[in-house]
Write a protein that binds this ligand. Structure first.
Ligand code: SAM
Length: 476
């Protein structure tokens, strides 16, 4: 990832990261940090970049032109995600960090004095972000806070790939208390259960501690957590038809945008995906007005929603005056759910996680979602290959929203049980995480249905539709 920081104090950022994990990741070229001194773009011979605010008031403001020229110098006018750090912005959260970690390039704009001339913000900034309800002297520390939180989520930055599922804010809970050696310190003993070796009981103990701690110190988060639990329980009554929503909630991906009775709208921020089910056209129309504008894909459960989403965009107005439309149907799928808890036998013995060295191999054989998508799946560590004499003969993986897929087996190795082994392997990995494995199969793909059903996955009785935003001409 390329990160540019527009600031009056580039050395503060560069020095700040030098000796840290992030600095090491920069040395390893996993990410690049590039400080840009706004003062270098001053129009004034004394390098002045600030002036008095029109209308009076305390302090000075950064002028538009030097900020704009500094921004131009790194973007060349391209539409790069540009974040202005400001106390007036949206509060920074872990899920925002997760979403930003998926970007290839980011620009951080640090204010100083009393801020920046509004007009240049309007022309350059895509996101206004605050790190908390207090006022600092400049945007450098907020930028560093954000960069640290985002960068540690990029695969390869942390030595031991720590899993977000074990950290605070996963599923709106704070982390449980942790202990290390010695077993007794100041007469305080490590809780017995942690020494028991019983992983199921340890997980239960940790979950309970997380719940109690969150309830006590962050009742706001706990309320969100409880609401998601209630919605999950409700959806479980129709598991096969709503498995995509259930798993997205359980895996800590979905936020509830709307839930009233049968009307549900969920948003998975990290893949810009909305999942929606509506009891009526009216409620569907109302909910769509609340779908985040940046939504790139929808999974809908009713045909009438597709008609609204495939409108011309702007012709149909929701209650909030928001326009929607501008999407097209990508496919119609049944959902398939592995309902058992027992792992499956894996006959093919040489199955391994794929790495970037296999990108060409996978990319040239799986073209459905594009090469960039495949690359991201490999980076995330969710692609697995079957090997014969050290050469890959097939692969499968997990889509970005969590369903099983991306299956391919070389012609010469078909009908030898390799596809079954690959899928079984991924099902087992999913079970290990305590999740329910599921897939989505396009209506009419009988070969795939046969494979899923052979593995013991059960088919939903209704279909869902995938819709994708129609790209403007010239967009990738
Ligand atoms: N006049 C501004 C206001 O009242 O909103 C505050 C300006 S502050 C003194 C100077 C700069 O520090 C801001 O432009 C911003 O870049 C940064 N900053 C201060 N507090 C921040 C916060 N909580 N989150 C993000 N950036 C902050």
């Amino acid at each position: 990832m390329k990160i540019h920081i527009l600031t009056l104090f580039p050395e503060m950022i560069e020095k700040g990261f030098q000796s840290s994990i992030i600095g090491k990741a920069a040395q390893k070229e996993i990410l690049s940090l590039h400080g840009v001194d706004i003062r270098d773009y001053s129009l004034d011979k004394h390098n002045k970049v600030d002036d008095y605010p029109y209308g009076g008031g305390a302090g000075m403001l950064l002028q538009a032109e030097p900020v704009f020229n500094a921004w131009q110098s790194v973007t060349g006018g391209r539409a790069v995600r540009t974040i202005y750090l400001t106390p007036q912005g949206t509060p920074f959260t872990q899920s925002m960090a997760e979403e930003l970690a998926g970007e290839e390039e980011l620009v951080f704009l640090c204010g100083h004095y009393e801020g920046i001339d509004r007009r240049v913000l309007e022309e350059t900034v895509t996101d206004y972000v605050s790190i908390g309800d207090y006022v600092l002297t400049g945007g450098e520390l907020p930028a560093m806070v954000m960069i640290d939180a985002v960068a540690r989520l990029i695969p390869g930055v942390l030595g031991n790939e720590s899993s977000a599922e074990e950290e605070s804010f996963f599923n709106d809970l704070l982390e449980y208390p942790q202990y290390t050696r010695p077993e007794v310190w100041h007469n305080k003993k490590v809780p017995e259960i942690l020494l028991s070796g019983d992983h199921r009981k340890i997980a239960q103990w940790r979950l309970e501690k997380s719940r109690r701690l969150t309830e006590k110190v962050r009742p706001d988060l706990y309320e969100k957590y409880e609401r998601k639990q209630r919605l999950t329980d409700r959806l479980l009554k129709d598991k096969r038809n709503y498995i995509h929503m259930i798993e997205s909630l359980r895996r800590g991906r979905a936020e509830i945008i709307w839930w009233e009775g049968e009307d549900i709208l969920l948003y998975d921020r990290s893949c810009k995906l909305c999942m929606i089910t509506a009891a009526s056209k009216e409620s569907g129309r109302l909910m769509l007005a609340y779908a985040p504008k940046e939504t790139e894909s929808f999974v809908t459960s009713q045909v009438f929603l597709n008609e609204m989403l495939c409108g011309s965009g702007g012709s149909d107005m929701g209650d909030e005056g928001e326009s929607y439309g501008g999407y097209e149907i990508h496919c119609e799928c049944y959902q398939l759910v592995y309902t058992q808890k027992v792992p499956l036998p894996v006959k093919h013995k040489d199955i391994r996680q794929l790495t970037m060295e296999h990108l060409d191999y996978v990319g040239s054989r799986y073209s459905y979602d594009g090469r960039e998508y495949v690359e991201a799946r490999i980076r995330e560590g969710v692609m697995y290959g079957a090997f014969v004499e050290n050469a890959p003969v097939g692969f499968a993986g997990m889509h970005n929203e969590g369903s099983l897929g991306l299956l391919y087996v070389e012609e010469a190795y078909r009908r030898q049980g390799i596809a079954v082994s690959l899928e079984s392997y991924i099902i087992n990995r999913t079970l290990e995480k305590g999740w329910t494995p599921y897939g989505q199969v396009i209506v009419g793909n009988e070969e795939s249905f046969a494979l899923q059903e052979k593995l013991g996955l059960y088919r939903s009785d209704r279909t869902v539709w995938w819709l994708e935003k129609i790209k403007q001409k010239g967009q990738a």
